[in-house]
Design a protein around this ligand. Structure first.
Ligand code: APR
Ligand code: PHB
Length: 390
């Protein structure tokens, strides 16, 4: 039997970041992760960080390489109806975004965690939560063939959308809200210089496209695809042709192409579970909510949850007051719904939903308004860089 203050399920960005922040504040935790460390570190996901996320990573002692290698983007480009318009995020909302791969970030968190002597039990299977509705939460698991148990004060469910934490809550105590979008994103990673210095989000009659990057020599590009498309349907040449067809001519002709080093399809969904606290169990990050990737809010929302939970736990162990912890669910959900709204709106604005010409003309009209009206540009920018914390 292991005794710790906080048992953390899942060693994704949420679990590792929380454990690291707690450790630096003298609060013990044990992280239980079903996969291997190399599997966790190889998962490719959006890599666009809000200022608040960068600050939290620095507070966790995992911000050093990020400061050195992260690409600071002061603006973003919107392409539609044959034109391209830049939104100056820094000038409008006062903050830039940082481009840094989530794979790199997970590695940095893993290294910082190991350097502080934190415990992550990788390949811990059959994780089972118990007692969180009372005063003695426990988490049972199997590690290296041995069944064992963690006894703790609190459990943090950082185990993603398919995890066991949310599934352990009695059905009657949880409410879920969901929207599944009728398309997916086909993503390609390639060792080619990005077509532009900044990200390009493109609305096109053939469907949405996004030009992102991991570095000045590695690009991450996406095109909207159907929900039934398979990666095998998309040769590299088909992908590049389709991406070029959806970009303004200047970019299409300038784009450097090359063999893909990764290619995958992700479905798009919005999902929110409420509340995010059940007695002594807290849901954090993707375990509680999913946003479509348009705007890259997923990781930033997870970091915001971690910030609020960690502040609550530090306050609890320092002062004995449960007030901040009691406010966790409501505070986190307020931000979750703001980001859910923005991600849904941006997705709806940029993607092709049907053949309906009326809907397509409305999208273009809204994009014209967005780039022409200072008020609309500002509203976009303040959401894109991340709304301020209350
Ligand atoms: N037992 C132990 N670990 C589990 C279990 C389980 N039953 N189920 C899932 N896990 C682990 C997964 O293997 C994964 O490593 O929990 C981890 C959850 O990590 P993520 O899915 O990355 O979720 P989170 O840490 O909240 O990160 C949010 O990742 O999906 C993106 O857009 C999202 O960028 C955001 C970030
Ligand atoms: C990415 O780089 O993978 C990325 C960037 C911005 C998004 C989504 C994904 O909105």
């Amino acid at each position: 039997m292991i005794r710790t203050q906080v048992a953390i399920i899942g060693a994704g960005p949420s679990g590792l970041l929380l454990s690291q922040l707690l450790q630096r504040n003298g609060i013990s935790s044990v992280v239980l992760e079903q996969r291997s460390r190399s599997y966790v570190e190889a998962r490719i996901r959006a890599g666009l960080l809000e200022r608040g996320t960068v600050e939290l990573l620095e507070a966790a002692g995992a911000g050093e390489r990020l400061r050195r290698e992260g690409l600071v983007h002061d603006g973003v480009e919107l392409a539609f109806a044959g034109r391209v318009q830049r939104i100056d995020l820094k000038a409008l909302a006062g903050h830039a975004m940082t481009v840094y791969g989530q794979t790199e970030l997970t590695k940095d968190l893993g290294d910082a965690h190991a350097a502080l002597g934190g415990t992550v039990l990788y390949e811990a299977t059959d994780v089972a939560l118990d007692g969180f509705e009372g005063t003695h939460p426990r988490v049972a698991f199997t590690h290296q063939g041995v069944r064992d148990e963690v006894e703790c004060d609190f459990i943090a469910g950082c185990d993603g959308f398919h995890g066991i934490s949310r599934a352990s809550v009695p059905a009657g105590s949880i409410q879920t809200h969901e929207r599944v979008y009728p398309f997916g994103w086909l993503g390609v990673l390639a060792e080619v210089p990005p077509v532009s210095n900044e990200l390009i989000y493109a609305n096109h009659a053939r469907g949405f496209a996004l030009c992102s990057m991991r570095s000045m020599t590695r690009s991450r590009y996406y095109v909207q695809c159907t929900p039934v498309d398979k990666v095998e349907d998309w040769s590299d040449s088909r992908f590049w042709d389709e991406l070029r067809a959806r970009l303004p001519a200047g970019y299409a002709s300038r784009m450097v192409t090359g063999p893909s080093i990764e290619k995958s399809i992700a479905p798009l969904r919005s999902f929110v579970a409420e509340p995010m606290r059940f007695g002594r169990l807290f849901l954090v990050g993707d375990a509680a909510h999913i946003v479509p990737p348009t705007g890259a809010k997923g990781l930033n929302l997870a970091a915001a949850d971690v910030r609020m939970l960690y502040e609550g736990l530090v306050d609890y162990y320092r002062s004995g007051s449960g007030t901040l912890l009691g406010e966790y669910s409501a505070r986190a959900l307020a931000r979750v719904w703001e980001a859910t709204r923005f991600s849904w709106w941006f997705t709806t604005l940029m993607h092709r939903f049907s053949d309906d010409s009326f809907a397509q003309r409305l999208q273009v009209a809204e994009l014209e308004y967005l780039v022409e009206s200072p008020a609309a540009s500002w509203s976009f920018a303040e959401n894109y860089v991340g709304l301020p914390f209350a």
